[in-house]
Structures are given as structure tokens and as C-alpha cells.
Ligand binder design. Structure first.
Ligand code: UD1
Ligand code: UDP
Length: 363
């Protein structure tokens, strides 16, 4: 009998990962794939845009949980997703990354004795109390199949005595990057935003510890302005709605005067901006890897990152938010570093993941 798998997504980075898995499942006719969207992200340019651009099939179910506190949002996904699991009775649940949607999906499935497969397992970083770290740790401990992007993630799981069902598959985002590269919209973005190649810094920010209080956000905005002034580069900043709301709330809009602030853009647009930029300043988990894939260096505005391999190679640099004013303007000093190859696989992660899941289900 054909197996049924429910894949649960809800936030921007998960749509991107789902696109790669869904395409591989479709190609190999691996199983009956049911897509569920929690509704954690819901703005057109935080959700629909990705489904259109990346040709992700329309989800069978929308849970429409929307934004709220961590407990409420996680609980809403847990409650609504359980109903779907009871109705569809899948053989396995697939979850991605580290969002509230991820942990709620894993918990709902585990309580019903449905095996969970976690894509991007074994990532660990400080601070341990950051919401994404809590979500990762819990999800990994509930999962039967754990797909790591690197050897380091694999070792992290070993240290926590998670030893069975663990595979190093590589990063599905690298698969997507390689596949979509010919479609990246560099020329369109340079033209639309009147930019010159190599003459701007691409910025994204959305972590709670960076943007949710004024004392954290201010030195980052000051550092960005100083950085632009010192280098003569301009700043292009597709702004996450969370950050936009905080900047308004803290009355910091004047710090954006000399920046090119745009709404969040689609994947092909962002990758186009990435290809055309000088370098990157970000606290995005995804974009710090994509910068490396595009051979652009990134200042990672975090005290620590799960993507340590890129830091250890010297390619990206950690810049804790409270040191951003001092460190950002000096970041270009370390520009010439040998490019470290294949830190997160060779672009065939989805193939390995689908194959291992099929083997597991057909045992
Ligand atoms: C979430 C994930 C984070 C991931 C990020 C990707 C958790 C705990 N965090 O963080 O791991 O890196 O998604 O972008 O799950 N908002 C809108 N429109 C939207 C979505 C959000 O206006 O479509 C605003 C709301 O004010 C909301 C805030 O952004 O309260 C934060 O959204 P939320 O999904 O809670 O967290 P993210 O910061 O997006
Ligand atoms: N992204 C995008 N447009 C944007 C910002 C991000 O297409 O304006 C994509 C990009 O591929 C990135 C992914 O969304 O890697 C996830 O980004 P985000 O920073 O929201 O989440 P994180 O990776 O930090 O969980």
C-alpha cells in the first residue's frame, strides 16, 4: 500500500525547504504527500509569493493560526494539526527547521505515535533560551529520522544520545540554490532599485534578541549607517514585518533615512539581490548560508550561530548586536579568505532524504 506523509510548513524558510522535498517526492512518486500550512506566516510576500515562484503545490489544509505569543501560537498549531493527523492517519510527519510550527507538529505527531522526520536536525547554538533553540532541541528529541546538514550537527545529536535514525544529508537549501540559480533576478532587482552591482550591502534582520528592544536594535542600526558611510556602499534592506513594527514602535525610523528599505521580497528576487551585492549583514539562518553559497561574505548579527562551519572557515563573521556599532564598519578588513567548498553537501540533500524515508517506511 502506498505510504502517506504529511509535511507541515508555516514560515518563510519552510516553504523554501518544502519546495525541494515536494519536487523530489513528485519526481520519484515516493509517497502520497499531503501539505499542511499552519499560517504562522500569512502576508502575501511572506507566504503566497513563495508558493507561486517556487511552484509549491497548494496545501491541502490551512490552519490559519496567525501571529500570537509563543505559547498561544504553538498551542494553536498543536490543536489544529492533531485533528488533521487523526483524520488523515499518515505514516510519518515531516517537519523543517526550528519554528513554533515545527515543534508543534513534532509534538502532535509524537503523542499520536506517528514517526517524525526532522529536516535540518542537530543544529545547536547559544543563547540556549532563544525560541528557535528550544524548538530544535525538543523536535530532535521527538524525531525518529533526523536529517543533518553537516557532520557537526550529527555530532551535536550524538552528544545528546540521539544516535539512531540520524543521517548527514546536506542542506536542501543548497539543492534549491543550485537549481534556481539560472532564474535569480539580479538584473531586474538592480534595475528596479537603481543599484549598481557590487556597490551595496544586503541587509536582513528579524531575530527577537536583535529587534525586540530598543537597546539592542539601536547599535545595529547605528553600525549599519557607519558601515555604509565608511565604505561608500549603500544599504538594501528587505524588511521583515516584525522589524518594521519595532522600528516604528521605538521611533527609530530616522536611522533608515539613507537606506533602501523594501518590503520582504520573493526568493528569486532576494537571490538576485544577493548575487549583485558587495556583502551581507544578516541574522537570518538561511541567508547566512545562501551568502556563502553565492560566495558573498556575511556579517552574522548573532552572539553564536548553528552554522558554525562557515564561521570557523573564516568566511562569515559573528558580530553580536551589542558590538555592531564598533565591529560592522571594520568587517571588510577580513575580506580575502579562501572559499571553503561543500560545507553542507553537494546539492543532493533532497534525494538522500527521500530515499532514507522510503527505506524507513518500507522496513
Ligand atoms: C519565525 C521563526 C524563526 C524564523 C522566522 C523566519 C519562531 C519562534 N520563529 O520568526 O525561527 O527565522 O520565522 O522568518 O517560530 N508578521 C507579519 N506578517 C506575517 C508574519 C509575521 O506581520 O506574515 C509579524 C507579526 O507581527 C508577528 C511577527 O511578525 O508577531 C513575528 O512573526 P513570527 O512568525 O512569530 O516570528 P518570526 O520573527 O517571523
Ligand atoms: N527570504 C526571501 N526574501 C526575503 C527574506 C528571506 O526570499 O525578503 C528567503 C531566503 O531564502 C532566506 C529564507 O527566506 O534564507 C528564510 O529567511 P528568514 O530570514 O525569514 O528565516 P531564517 O532562515 O532565519 O529562519
Amino acid at each position: 500500500m502506498e505510504n502517506t506523509i504529511i509535511s507541515l510548513v508555516g514560515a518563510r524558510p519552510q516553504f523554501i525547504k518544502e519546495a525541494v522535498i515536494a519536487s523530489e517526492v513528485h519526481k520519484t512518486n515516493a509517497w502520497n504527500h499531503i501539505l499542511v500550512h499552519s499560517g504562522q506566516h500569512y502576508d502575501v510576500n511572506m507566504s503566497d509569493l513563495f508558493f507561486e515562484e517556487l511552484q509549491i503545490p497548494t496545501p491541502k489544509y490551512f490552519l490559519e493560526v496567525g501571529s500570537s505569543s509563543h505559547g498561544k501560537q504553538t498551542a494553536a498549531v498543536l490543536e489544529k494539526f492533531e485533528d488533521i493527523l487523526l483524520q488523515e492517519k499518515p505514516d510519518l510527519v515531516l517537519v523543517y527547521g526550528d519554528t513554533n510550527t515545527t515543534v508543534a507538529g513534532a509534538l502532535a505527531a509524537a503523542k499520536l505515535n506517528i514517526p517524525v522526520a526532522h529536516i535540518e536536525a542537530g543544529m545547536r547554538q547559544y543563547p540556549k533560551n532563544m525560541p528557535e533553540e528550544v524548538n530544535r532541541v525538543v523536535t530532535d528529541h521527538l524525531s525518529s529520522l533526523l536529517f543533518c546538514c553537516s557532520e557537526l550537527s550529527y555530532q551535536n545529536l550524538q552528544r545528546e544520545n540521539i544516535t539512531s535514525g540520524v543521517y548527514i544529508a546536506g542542506d536542501v537549501m543548497y539543492d534549491l540554490f543550485l537549481r534556481m540559480k539560472p532564474r535569480f533576478l539580479k538584473d531586474k532587482m538592480l534595475q528596479n532599485l537603481t543599484l549598481h552591482e557590487g556597490e551595496y550591502i544586503l541587509v536582513t534582520l528579524h531575530r527577537d534578541f536583535n529587534v525586540d528592544n530598543k537597546e539592542s536594535l539601536l547599535p545595529i542600526l547605528e553600525g549599519l549607517n557607519d558601515y555604509a558611510k565608511m565604505t561608500g556602499l549603500s544599504i538594501v534592506f528587505p524588511m521583515h514585518p516584525r522589524t518594521r513594527k519595532r522600528i516604528e514602535e521605538f521611533d527609530l525610523a530616522t536611522y533608515l533615512d539613507s537606506m533602501n528599505i523594501v518590503e520582504p521580497v520573493g526568493y528569486l528576487e532576494l537571490m538576485g539581490l544577493l548575487e549583485g551585492c558587495s556583502n551581507v549583514v544578516t541574522d537570518s539562518g538561511g541567508l547566512q548560508k545562501e551568502a556563502y553559497y553565492a560566495k558573498k561574505q556575511a556579517a552574522v548579527i548573532m552572539p553564536d550561530t548553528g552554522w558554525k562551519e562557515i564561521i570557523e572557515s573564516g568566511w562569515n563573521q559573528l558580530v553580536p548586536g551589542n558590538a555592531a556599532k564598533e565591529l560592522l564598519p571594520r568587517i571588510l578588513e577580513n575580506k580575502f579568505i579562501a572559499y571553503p567548498v561543500n560545507l553542507y553537501g553537494d546539492g543532493n540533500a533532497a534525494k538522500a532524504i527521500v530515499k532514507n524515508i522510503m527505506t524507513y517506511l518500507n522496513k
